[in-house]
Write a protein that binds this ligand. Structure first.
Ligand code: ATP
Ligand code: MG
Length: 400
């Protein structure tokens, strides 16, 4: 007879790298708790409790959604839905039987999944060793006609008992988290977000290393339509599932592109667009205590992404530029985009403003001094300052 399994009592949350951060440890742990509380807000709330190197979450809403939110919080190694049991062999065995019976429903009849019991004993007052207790639990759980095969290495089903001073927890699953460091513990970054595959992934990589990321998008109506604007917002909605509500600055770019088309050599257009983007983004960043720009640039991915061009573009910024994807292969970036959830949005066929008046033959070795002379002649700085002042700011929340 199969009994319906009740919802788990808590989510056990494990975190990794934080432990290495010495004096900053409490700071990082507090940030992680805060970020988890923030993430839970969007899925019905819940309680987040910090205990001896672990975090326990008691979801108030649907636990599967809460678990997904926890598994999308940077700094987290893994999450397990766990059930409370009493601190005696009979209760542990009874809970183990219930969880195993439920789990076996996922296997086709006649299959023989491998099985093991793992006991962790943080509470050393329990009168048996971990090994003895694991054996006794397995012995109590498995009948003679049991279909599972005991196997100690890489078992398909691993029944865990976690004996801790604050309680005894039973679980089977371990959902991996993204690792990294809690968002905002390393400060703020501003990502130049195009609708392509790369820049959303670059933003995600920066979040993973502890930055809270805002976005700037350059838009060129009437040459570029509403579809591109929607695409940018949809990308940020996906990224906000990883870092929480996010800020977008939208800058009108058509005037600047027209000025460049009129007054600069054709081969330098793309470089001059990019340099202008760097200057405008630097302005926005300095207004909001942001320590770095983030781009999706990659060495050699397209013919124009040469060392010289990257240097010439970067020279226009006056804060540091992070390029998290600089040495990544395209396939790796695509795999990451799929895991993050941005890929399906990125491949929507919408133009980017850099394609407006695109040169037939872009320069491969642009030099900053030559660009500076042209920019001064065109009075680009004045146009850029006007667009910074006219830029619009909005807040975008997670979800669709
Ligand atoms: P992506 O896939 O992010 O578009 P890419 O490999 O296509 O990158 P480019 O199109 O050369 O490279 O753009 C380089 C970077 O310039 C982008 O990754 C992004 O950071 C920035 N960028 C390009 N267009 C825009 C835009 N319209 N708004 C904001 N940033 C942009
Ligand atoms: Mg692009």
């Amino acid at each position: 007879m199969t009994t319906e399994l009740q919802d788990p009592d808590i989510l056990l949350v494990r975190y990794g790298e934080l432990a290495l951060k010495g004096g900053n440890r409490a700071l990082f742990e507090n940030a992680l708790v805060r970020n988890l509380q923030g993430a839970l807000k969007h899925v019905g709330g819940g309680e987040v409790i910090r205990r001896w190197g672990r975090i326990q979450v008691k979801p108030a809403g649907r636990w599967r959604e809460a678990m997904r939110s926890c598994a999308q919080t940077f700094g987290i190694k893994s999450v397990s839905p766990a059930w409370n049991t009493e601190r005696n062999l009979e209760s542990m065995v009874a809970m183990g039987r219930r969880l195993l019976e439920n789990k076996l429903q996922e296997y086709p009849p006649g299959s023989q999944p491998s099985f093991r019991v793992t006991v962790k004993r943080a509470d050393k007052t329990f009168p048996m060793t971990s090994g003895e207790l694991a054996l006794a639990i397995a012995d109590g759980m498995l009948d003679e006609d049991s279909t599972v095969l005991i196997q100690m290495k890489n078992a398909d089903i691993d029944f865990n008992i976690d004996l801790r001073p604050e309680g005894t927890f039973a679980f089977l699953e371990r959902e991996p988290g993204p690792g990294g460091l809690p968002v905002k513990t390393l400060g703020r970054g501003l990502c130049l977000l195009s609708g392509g595959i790369d820049s959303p992934v670059a933003a995600w990589c920066a979040m993973k290393r502890g930055l809270k990321v805002s976005f700037v998008s350059f838009h060129s109506p009437p040459y570029i339509g509403e579809g591109s604007r929607m695409k940018i917002r949809d990308l940020i909605r996906v990224l906000a599932e990883w870092q929480g509500p996010s800020t977008l600055h939208e800058v009108q770019f058509a005037d600047i592109q027209l000025a460049i088309r009129e007054g600069a050599p054709e081969s330098l257009r793309t470089i001059l667009y990019r340099r202008s983007m760097q200057r405008i983004a630097s302005h926005l960043a300095r207004r909001s205590k942001t320590g770095a720009l983030i781009t999706g640039e990659n060495l050699g991915q397209v013919a124009s992404q040469t060392l010289e061009n990257l240097a010439c573009i970067g020279a226009a910024a006056n804060i540091q530029v992070l390029r998290p994807l600089i040495t990544h292969d395209k396939e790796d970036v695509i795999a990451l985009a799929k895991r993050i959830g941005t890929f399906d949005v990125s491949i929507r066929d919408e133009p980017d403003c850099c394609t407006v008046f695109q040169p037939r033959k872009p320069a491969l070795r642009a030099q900053a001094p030559e660009c500076e002379t042209i920019e001064a002649e065109l009075g680009l700085v004045t146009l850029e300052e006007a667009q910074v002042r006219a830029s619009a700011k909005e807040h975008i929340h997670p979800g669709s």
